[in-house]
Design a protein around this ligand. Structure first.
Ligand SMILES: [Zn+2]
Length: 156
């Protein structure tokens, strides 16, 4: 399932990437008219939108689209669960840019750790993942635990 989110759904796009879904966010592109861009392009992706008018236009054009109702990201995620999206924590896609993650080389990891002031023991305690495009490291640390808690609440 490949997705694209409208301007209102930036947070949801991040969560979808964390859950491993190939998700674009229109706010990451420079375009003059986002609505017509969303209607004409990215046709291989399901359009997620909060805009009822845009949703109706998409459906009229026979484009796969889903209307998100809630303003709250947890509720939005519950809405998506109904169409079969499952929110598991996969360490496989960059939440910032949607690129696939890989293991960093020792040099790459060191470079980011020095630049960002990340403690060296992180690399001993945790398995590291790397986004080549953002030069960013990921690991299952405290931020990860918070995300696990957030997802647990979602299931309640
Ligand atoms: Zn990235």
């Amino acid at each position: 399932m490949k997705l694209i989110c409208d301007r209102m759904l930036g947070k949801l796009a991040v969560w979808l990437r964390i859950a491993g879904y190939d998700t674009l966010y229109i706010g990451d592109f420079e375009c003059e008219d986002e609505d017509s861009e969303l209607l004409k392009n990215f046709l291989d992706r399901i359009l997620l939108t909060k805009d009822r008018e845009l949703y109706q236009k998409a459906i009229k054009n026979k484009r796969a689209a889903f209307l998100i109702v809630s303003n709250d990201v947890a509720e939005q995620m519950k809405e998506l669960k109904k169409i079969g999206v499952s929110f598991q924590l996969l360490m496989d896609r960059c939440s910032v840019c949607n690129s696939l993650l890989r293991k960093p080389s020792r040099e790459e990891a060191l470079e980011v750790m020095v630049k960002e002031g990340i403690c060296e023991d992180i690399s001993q305690k945790y398995e590291l993942w790397y986004c080549e495009k953002c030069k960013k490291l990921y690991w299952m640390g405290s931020h990860w635990k918070n995300m696990v808690e957030f997802l647990k609440k979602l299931d309640q």
